[in-house]
Design a protein around this ligand. Structure first.
Ligand code: EPU
Length: 433
């Protein structure tokens, strides 16, 4: 298995570009199933999750070919309604094909995805939305059989106890785009990734109003057409790289970082005393080298435009080195703290109290072998490793590869001492018996 070896203590400097957003590209790829005409998607990040979604589309019957670097042409002329469990099990986001299959074929057979390491992650709201559209849904042997032959547009309140749902909104949007009548979704997710899906659906001929707001109206069309679309830049990758610049006291300009997508995150950088500027509409420069001590802050994760849960672990790593007490509260995934025990191994002082992490800043972290448990936790460990004294070995980085394209190459370009090695290259005392 691959591991990252990071020798910490180098200030990162220079300019780097982010790729297309993983969480936009997965539903966008699913949306190609809504039409028999070819769709071309550009700026698709080369991640294990995108490759996996392409494999699912192939298994649904779509023909897929490369359309150049980071671009794919998908022609879903004849598709079938069953999605195999072995695929859904490996990637939760495969549930995004459900809305597209329901819209296009009026039926779908899709296994329930189950939980994952960051929380329970039910799909009750997706199911509620489809039922409101008139779908009948039967659950047998862990597989949902959905019949949408009598579906009609309807009013759907899609909020749950943790607020809106991102992939749930995507699923209902895709289903409603080909469901006769008017559908109105209240408490829809407003994330830039959902907006990107709306924009692609509009190019395909869907009639959607309220894009970017919590109320979306969709007038069902009879058919959708092919289109070309470019995936928006990854705001989470951008935020992660900005924090890499900050934690190493460097000077990093991130191209493809759109300030409008990162409002709450930048507000917290500001509050923490991390200087940044926006030299262009799609670039943010962080000046970690131009500040004194950073300040401790409180963060609450919330649906967009609130602070994104997908940047919580990374900010926790940074705050673990900020003098004073910071408090993070998770309102999306109350147990998303798998990175904390590993940060403790590196010398951080963090206590978990219910959905909150109480962080007492320490003067330094020390490099250690650590284990990645999920995608954003891996990024947090990399951040900690960049700032730590000595060597950090991050294991199970296949989690990192799900969401960051060649992350170690980006970091090396900025001057980090980070290499991808095999676990057998680790010092003997770190290896399992
Ligand atoms: N929820 C329900 N019922 C539902 C759906 C969601 O109770 O039917 C709850 C969830 O358990 C969670 C909250 O609502 O507490 C929000 O979940 P949401 O449905 O919005 O999450 P998701 O669509 O499954 C996407 C991203 C996640 C990101 C979340 C929140 C994709 C493919 N995944 O997941 O990304 O954390 O939105 O912003 O878009 C990541 O990239 O690391 C990642 C986990």
């Amino acid at each position: 298995m691959d591991v990252l070896r990071i020798r910490g203590g180098r200030a990162l400097r220079g300019e780097i570009s982010v790729g297309g957003a993983k969480n936009a590209c997965l539903p966008l790829l699913a949306a190609t199933l809504l039409t028999g005409e070819p769709c071309v998607l550009r700026n698709v990040p080369d991640l294990s999750d995108s490759r996996f979604m392409l494999e699912i589309l192939r298994r649904q019957g779509a023909e897929i070919e490369s359309a150049g670097p980071n671009a794919w042409r998908v022609a879903a002329r004849n598709i079938q309604p069953k999605t195999p469990y072995e695929l859904v099990r490996k990637m939760r986001a495969s549930v995004c094909v459900m809305g597209a299959l329901v819209g296009r074929l009026k039926r779908a057979e899709i296994p329930l995805p189950g939980g994952c390491v960051i929380g329970q992650r039910p799909i009750d709201l997706h199911v509620k939305g489809l039922k409101k559209l008139g779908c009948s849904i039967e659950n047998r042997g862990g597989v949902m059989r959905i019949d949408a032959s009598r579906s009609r547009g309807n009013y759907i309140f899609l909020g749950g106890r943790y607020g809106s749902t991102v992939t749930g909104t995507a699923n209902i949007l895709m289903a409603a785009a080909l469901t006769p009548g008017l559908t109105r979704i209240d408490s829809a997710a407003c994330e830039p990734e959902v907006q990107d899906l709306c924009r692609m659906l509009v190019k395909m001929g869907a009639k959607i109003s309220g894009i970017g707001s919590p109320t979306l109206e969709i007038e069902g069309a009879e058919k959708l057409r092919g289109c070309e679309h470019s995936v928006i830049p990854d705001r989470i990758e951008a935020g992660t790289l900005l924090l890499c610049g900050a934690i190493t006291r460097g000077d990093v300009t991130v191209r493809g970082a759109i300030a409008g997508h990162l409002g709450a995150f930048l507000d917290k950088m500001d509050e923490a005393g991390i200087p940044f500027e926006t030299p262009a509409p799609d670039a943010i420069r962080v000046r970690g080298d131009a500040a004194g001590d950073f300040r401790p802050i409180d963060i609450v994760t919330l649906p967009h435009p609130g602070f994104p849960t997908d940047l919580q672990a990374q900010f926790t790593a940074l705050l673990s080195l900020v003098p004073g007490i910071s408090i993070i509260t998770e309102r999306i995934y109350p147990n998303r703290y798998m990175h904390v025990p590993e940060l403790l191994r590196m010398g951080a002082d963090i206590a978990i109290e219910g959905p909150s992490a109480i962080i007492k800043g320490v003067p330094a972290l020390s490099g250690a072998p650590v284990m990645a448990s999920d995608l954003r936790a891996s990024a947090a460990l990399v951040l900690a490793g960049l700032a730590a004294e000595g060597e950090t070995w991050v294991q199970r980085i296949y989690h990192l590869d799900r969401g960051y394209e060649k992350f170690e190459a980006s970091l090396s370009k900025l001057g980090a001492d980070v290499v991808r090695l095999k676990d057998t290259d680790m010092p003997k005392e770190y290896l399992d018996e």
